[in-house]
Design a protein around this ligand. Structure first.
Ligand SMILES: CC(C)(COP(=O)(O)OP(=O)(O)OC[C@H]1O[C@@H](n2cnc3c(N)ncnc32)[C@H](O)[C@@H]1OP(=O)(O)O)[C@@H](O)C(=O)NCCC(=O)NCCS
Length: 225
């Protein structure tokens, strides 16, 4: 109680932020059709884009940071959740935390439980534009290649990592800061770099986890549950 009074005295914005985080953001999300479980918390308002028919579902105890001060690292933009096509969906599992990330689905992005998504990470299941300029001239986005992304439970995605179409990140894996992930990540492994490659096992998970040689495994198309 005393610390709340001190906070209020220090910053007149505190009341406004409390209103945004506890009332207007949860209500706004509900009005927009975002389904959320119990105990979700918001620091600042995420940017939501959801076309008619698309779905965005948050599990229980999901924490989403969107304000500059939501994370001591600083956020350069609010968390973005965008489901762009009538059959797109985004699912975020129980206890997952997201800081100023951009999660955009033309098909599907499915994120498991207790996943940590670092500041400025991007999870995009599409190229968003066709690669051929003649096709692009006819229509800037139609025929862009897209494939669902799955992030399994207990994954840790470092700040500013980029996870591209069709990738599955296996349970308990770690994606290094700034990595560009174009291929599946085996469970319990750490990947880093551009393009991301396995650099070793997650401490304490190495023996049970699938091993692939440095250089990565073969690409596989993800499926969604
Ligand atoms: C560059 C891109 C279009 C290529 O797509 P693609 O033809 O399907 O390429 P693939 O996923 O088959 O990858 C081919 C190889 O290039 C590598 N690669 C692909 N994209 C890469 C990237 N962005 N950075 C580094 N390497 C990349 C892959 O690792 C793969 O190498 P490997 O076979 O040794 O593993 C795509 O990966 C990409 O970057 N898409 C995002 C586009 C974007 O930013 N859109 C937003 C516009 S607003």
């Amino acid at each position: 109680m005393r610390s709340l009074a001190l906070k209020l005295a220090r910053s007149p914005r505190t009341l406004f932020n409390m209103f945004t985080d506890r009332i207007s953001t949860p209500c706004g999300l509900r009005l927009m059709g975002v389904m959320s479980g119990q105990g979700c918390s918001f620091t600042g308002a995420p940017a939501i884009k959801m076309v008619a028919g698309a779905r965005i579902r948050l599990g229980d105890d999901v924490a989403i940071g969107s304000r500059l001060d939501a994370n001591p690292l600083g956020l350069s933009h609010p968390t973005i959740l965008a489901a762009l096509m009538p059959d797109s969906y985004i699912e975020i599992g129980d206890g997952t935390g997201i800081s100023g990330a951009s999660i955009v689905a033309r098909r599907a992005v499915v994120i498991g439980a207790r996943v940590l998504i670092g500041a400025g990470a991007c999870i995009w299941d599409s190229d968003f534009h066709p690669l051929n300029p003649d096709v692009r001239r006819q229509h800037p986005t139609r025929d862009a290649r897209s494939a669902p992304i799955t992030i399994e439970d207990d994954v840790f995605i470092g700040a500013r990592a980029l996870i591209l179409k069709g990738v599955r990140v296996g349970r308990g894996a770690v994606v290094g800061a700034g990595a560009v992930v174009t291929r599946d990540v085996p469970p319990g492994q750490i990947v880093a770099g551009n393009p991301a490659r396995v650099v070793g096992p997650v401490p304490g998970m190495g023996s049970g986890a699938a091993q692939v040689p440095a250089g990565g495994g073969a690409a596989t198309q993800s499926t969604t549950p």
